[in-house]
Design a protein around this ligand. Structure first.
Ligand code: NAD
Ligand code: LMR
Length: 326
């Protein structure tokens, strides 16, 4: 039997976790041979509700789930943790932008960054989902100076999957036929979903769709998809967000496939002129040992450059708002 992996999830009684926890515990993240210990973090007032989620987890009798610990103490939750999903944060309501959440959510990530710095595994992988995800990833990382910045990422895989789905629908193919989609920048309406490098069954996507569809349909649909779901459901996306978190963490832990990549908000190393240190979504390849690197040799058209810079600018503005927490 393998040694159990310790996985911490914050916001464990929330919507996203109600899908995420059960998928992790069933083995979807690390496979059917890997035992798991779950540490669940919630605010004190929600621990009673979390108890119900824990009862349900236990009632699944998952063969891989060795232990579930619930707590309101971030140091207990993160102690020795190998993988951490930072989900716990307020979701937006209709009419809000994700950056409107900064004021209420930013302090959570400053506190949790400090706790991770103190007690997490030195090789921990921390995936920030709570919005606004890029800037919250920056806050978490800045408050954990003893951990390498490569331990942190913000979640833009949901946008990546949304872009795959739009292109697959347009071309009448299945999602598995689409490769090398990119989402650049911020997980916000300024994000830039880019088809210049994408392929459909090995053919250049650009040869299959017209420019008007890209600018008037594809890009705005992906940019505004979170808001469209919020409007329709009355609640923000949850199951698709949990799925994206699993896909992104699995790729980050176990490697990307072949020539394909994932979109991930990581600390910029200056690639494509993006300011160093900003958490910006890039195309990222991951080796089987879990080492992630930005794909930094792609040719960028003027059309893309303008959009990449606009979303970088928004990230700089968000950083300015929370500079006291860095
Ligand atoms: P939710 O309100 O259903 O659940 C959030 C949970 O977090 C609540 O149970 C709350 O008690 C808990 N929480 C709050 N502060 C906490 C803290 N300090 N420590 C631990 N737990 C805490 O929200 P949700 O729908 O699960 O969404 C969670 C976050 O994920 C939101 O910010 C949402 O906007 C974001 N989100 C991001 C993406 C993405 O693609 N990056 C996608 C969907 C949702
Ligand atoms: C999403 O993209 O669905 C999430 O970030 C939730 C939201 O507020 O849009």
């Amino acid at each position: 039997m393998k040694t159990p992996i310790v996985i911490a999830v914050t916001g464990a009684a929330g919507q996203i976790s109600y899908s995420l926890l059960f998928r992790i515990a069933s083995g979807e993240l690390f496979g059917l041979e890997q035992p798991i210990i779950l540490r669940l973090l919630e605010v004190t007032s929600v621990l009673d509700k979390l108890l119900g989620v824990v009862m349900e987890l236990n009632d699944c009798a998952y063969p891989l789930l060795q232990k579930v610990i619930s707590t309101d103490d971030s140091k207990l939750a993160f102690n020795g943790a190998d993988y951490v999903f930072l989900v716990g944060a307020k979701p937006r309501k209709t009419g809000m932008k994700r950056k409107d959440l900064l004021e209420s959510n930013a302090v959570i990530f400053a506190e949790q960054g400090k706790a991770l710095n103190a007690v997490a595994s030195r090789h921990v992988k921390v995936l920030v989902t709570g919005n606004p995800a890029n800037t919250n990833a920056l806050i978490t990382q800045s408050n954990a100076p003893d951990l390498n910045s490569s331990c942190f990422a913000g979640m833009t895989m949901l946008d990546h999957n949304r872009a795959i789905n739009q292109l697959a629908e347009k071309c009448g193919v299945r999602s598995k036929d689409i490769k090398n989609i990119i989402v650049w920048g911020n997980h916000s309406e300024t994000q830039y979903p880019d088809l210049h490098h994408a392929t459909v069954k090995g053919q250049k996507a650009f040869a299959l769709v017209d420019d008007a569809w890209i600018t008037e349909d594809f890009i705005p649909t992906v940019q505004h998809r979170g808001g469209a779901i919020l409007e329709a459901r009355g609640l923000s996306s949850a199951a698709s967000a949990a799925h994206a978190a699993i896909v992104q963490m699995r790729a980050w832990a176990l490697g990307t496939k072949g020539d394909d990549w994932v979109s991930m908000a990581v600390a910029s190393d200056g690639s494509y002129g993006i300011e160093k240190g900003l958490f910006y979504s890039f195309p990222v390849r991951v080796a089987v040992d879990g080492e992630a690197s930005i794909v930094n040799d792609l040719k960028i058209e003027e059309f893309s450059l303008e959009r990449m810079q606009a979303t970088e600018q928004e990230l700089k503005e968000e950083r300015m708002t929370i500079r006291h927490l860095l």
